[in-house]
Design a protein around this ligand. Structure first.
Ligand SMILES: *Cc1c(COP(=O)(O)O)cnc(C)c1O
Length: 387
């Protein structure tokens, strides 16, 4: 049983019927967010009730927008939170943890979001789904679409590394390679959406991916015995994970499973594409489009994010910050994670360590604070970088 009650615009707060298919808010063009009847959910969602539940993100089903009978699952979520003792000693952080998202289906945390988006599409009887992607989101969508028996259309920049393309094709998707960036892919995907009535599962252009991503917040809380860390460091592209976790903390407090203590949320980007860092530093509500986006961390190569104001709001409300690191710094940190923890991290994961080292140097993070880094994917699809 879930307690999904309605959709609400994250910007203008207009309310929409949960039984209809929506993309962006028809009134203002901003992302819609799922809302729940938390007063009722509270009666069944108790910490103790979770013990015997399945070890996937579906353990939080009261707070997910899909009925169990429509769930399309490959066992996503409930990834390990690993204490990184040796790494913590090297950089002077006593309580350092890594949330190891590389263990998800299709080896990235994109599985969480796409699992929910495709399950919801399945509930609505949708037959064709479409996505512009820098790589991991396309692979995840292809996997869940295959399982659900839907036709998947993928639009990727043509310089995306081969494994991402091979993955989508193997999973049965129709792949279009685009001479441009993710934003150009988005334009092309949008044409197919308009012309053929495909369902668009672009980041935050439908309200369900974020509901899958928010479960990272539930998991960190549960795995830390319902005491959130002091700092969370998250590699930000479209920002669904950061915004999702921030939403999850609010829900959990209303559910009565955590108190009002919040982590300081840190958004990490590459100096080659850092629109959120720039907007944060300039005190802006929205981010400007980043020209000439370039970074080896494909998940961070997002020059414009439709949820920019939600990302910036979460960083500011949490007293967090935004940090840009160079590609050299993030790769060096990826190797450091490897040799100290045994985790073969994606470059985006490495970026979180590079940011933490900067924040330690400035004493923005103190030695005795508890810090969680997100390794958002496995290194396996980025083999060209590990030479
Ligand atoms: C997509 C992606 C990101 C960025 O995630 P958002 O939630 O879009 O900010 C980070 N790391 C990896 C490996 C990704 O695939």
């Amino acid at each position: 049983m879930n307690y999904f009650s309605h959709l609400e615009c994250g910007y203008c707060s207009k309310v929409y019927d949960k039984n209809k298919i929506w993309n962006l808010c028809p009134a203002c063009g901003k992302p819609l967010l799922a809302r729940y009847d938390i007063e009722s959910a509270k009666k069944v969602f108790a910490k103790e009730s979770l013990i015997d539940r399945e070890k996937s993100l579906w353990r939080y089903s009261e707070m997910l927008p899909v009925d169990n009978k429509y769930k399309i699952t490959l066992g996503e979520g409930f990834t390990p939170l690993i204490k990184a003792e040796k790494l913590g000693n090297e950089i002077g952080v006593e309580n350092l943890f890594i949330k190891e998202e590389g263990l998800n289906p299709t080896t990235s945390f994109k599985a969480r979001g796409l699992c929910l988006a495709i399950s919801k599409a399945y509930e609505f009887g949708i037959k064709e789904v479409s996505i512009p992607s820098a790589g991991n989101a396309a692979g995840a969508m292809s996997a869940y679409a295959a399982l659900a028996g839907m036709k998947a259309f993928v639009f990727m920049p043509k310089d995306v590394p081969e494994p991402f393309i091979a993955e989508c094709k193997t999973l049965g998707a129709e792949v279009t390679l685009v001479d441009g960036l993710i934003t150009d892919c988005g334009k092309l995907a949008a044409e197919g959406v308009k012309k053929f009535g495909r369902f668009d599962v672009s980041t935050l252009k439908e309200p369900y991916r974020i509901e899958g991503k928010k479960t990272m917040g539930y998991e960190v809380a549960e795995q830390m015995k319902w005491e959130l860390p002091d700092v969370i460091i998250y590699p930000t592209g479209g920002g669904t994970g950061l915004v999702g976790m921030w939403k999850a903390f609010d829900e959990m407090e209303k559910l009565g499973v955590i108190n009002s203590k919040r982590p300081r949320m840190v958004s990490v980007q590459s100096t080659g594409c850092a629109p959120m860092v720039k907007a944060f530093q300039e005190g802006k509500e929205f981010a400007e489009m980043w020209n000439g986006a370039k970074t080896v961390a494909d998940g961070l190569r997002v020059p414009a994010a439709i949820g920019d104001f939600l990302i910036l709001r979460a960083i500011r409300e949490s007293n967090g910050t935004a940090v840009a690191v160079t590609d050299e710094e993030l790769m060096e940190s990826t190797f450091q994670i490897g040799r100290t923890t045994g985790i073969f991290a994606a470059p985006e994961g490495g970026a979180t360590l590079a940011a933490l080292k900067k924040l330690r140097a400035d004493n923005w993070v103190k030695e005795n604070e508890t810090v969680v880094l997100f390794n958002t994917g496995s290194g396996h699809k980025y083999m060209h970088l590990y030479k």
